[in-house]
Design a protein around this ligand. Structure first.
Ligand SMILES: [Zn+2]
Length: 360
């Protein structure tokens, strides 16, 4: 589409009437002559955010190639996701930056783990855990301001979830990331690793199913963010079913799953900042942000909070603009009020990415 565009609607969270113009893919809030009106009513939101989305990991396992990355990013766009934080990718996705109609990606480099302590072929596995601070600094330089650690995983000798790193190494590693200007997040399912990671000053926790009153309080104190990836937690019973030789681990996973609504609900009640992430990639299909928004409402976020967790609040947290003049037009429009107990439709009624306009 060429020429100036014009949109009329209401914005959230303030619920005020708004008019926007798009010229050469850039947002304007002052009237522009001869613009084509593409939206006369509806709710206009900053493009949705999936804060945990692996475009580099193939569904079912393995690394995605170029065409699969483009296809996966397109599916995210069709769901209204125009910004994603990859939370770790085994492949370099920067080739996608050349496509101006695809979502923007905030990269976290490669997952950092130890041998046999994460999904095969995805992580950099450190035989010597003392190397973690150096490895973190390298990944901080390779990413876009985030580093991803594997905080806990099954330890086959213990037969249960167990932390990968000592509290001392974590402190040194997180300090090293901060010295590079990067934030750190970690995959955590169980209880103990949360004590160590939050105590060491980590910036965000992924999953967080093992949160207790103690670690919830610690996260509030440290202002640690949480991306619970609730639709991924739904796969825990399958993980448990496949854990034949490790009954203690299987029971632990089933228990974490059974309590998840209460756990994340209590974290929200305590005031922890929660953001929407689907964990699309290996075990979750792309394009499911609407399901995660609905799941967040299901554990106690209001519809407006859950939308903010997948749009304006997530953008502010990630340091990316919302509907701001002079910035690339990244927005979605819902014809009906999206603040419903069931969440939002799977596809917005209109999506604008720079100079590109999409309707389902
Ligand atoms: Zn993930």
């Amino acid at each position: 589409m060429t020429g100036a565009l014009h949109l009329i609607g209401r914005t959230l969270p303030d619920d005020q009437p708004v008019q926007l113009w798009v010229v050469d893919g850039i947002l304007h809030t002052e009237p522009v002559a001869d613009a084509t009106t593409i939206c006369e009513s509806g709710w206009i939101l900053p493009g949705l955010v999936d804060a945990h989305c692996h475009v580099g990991i193939r569904f079912g396992g393995g690394h995605t190639d170029h065409d699969e990355m483009v296809a996966d990013a397109r599916v995210e766009r069709e769901a209204g996701v125009l910004l994603l934080r990859d939370a770790g990718s085994p492949v370099d996705t920067r080739i996608l930056d050349a496509y101006e109609d695809l979502p923007r990606i905030i990269r976290a480099g490669r997952h950092l783990a130890r041998p046999k302590r994460y999904i095969r072929d995805l992580s950099i596995d450190l035989a010597d855990p003392e190397r973690l601070p150096d490895a973190v600094a390298e990944q901080a330089r390779a990413g876009d301001g985030w580093v991803k650690l594997v905080g806990d995983w099954i330890d086959r000798e213990v037969g249960d979830l167990a932390p990968l790193w000592s509290p001392e190494i974590l402190k040194a590693a997180i300090d090293a990331a901060h010295a590079e200007g990067a934030r750190v997040t970690a995959h955590v399912f169980g209880e103990q690793a949360l004590v160590d990671l939050v105590g060491a000053g980590i910036d965000c926790i992924e999953h967080g199913t093992g949160l207790t009153d103690e670690t919830i309080e610690m996260m509030v104190e440290h202002d640690t963010a949480l991306v619970p990836t609730l639709i991924n937690i739904e796969t825990f019973p399958q993980i448990a079913d496949g854990a034949g030789k490790f009954p203690r681990y299987a029971d632990h996973m089933r228990d974490l799953h059974r309590r998840v609504a209460d756990t994340i609900g209590r974290a929200h009640d305590a005031g922890i900042r929660i953001f929407a992430g689907t964990d699309a990639g290996g075990s979750i299909r792309h394009g499911r942000i609407a399901d995660e928004i609905a799941a967040l409402i299901g554990v106690g976020l209001s519809p407006l909070e859950a939308l903010g967790a997948a749009s304006w609040d997530a953008r502010e947290w990630l340091g990316r603009p919302g509907l701001e003049p002079g910035q690339r037009a990244d927005l979605v429009v819902y014809r009906e009020d999206p603040r419903t107990p069931a969440g939002v439709p799977d596809h917005p009624d209109l999506t604008v990415v720079g100079r590109h306009v999409f309707r389902p």
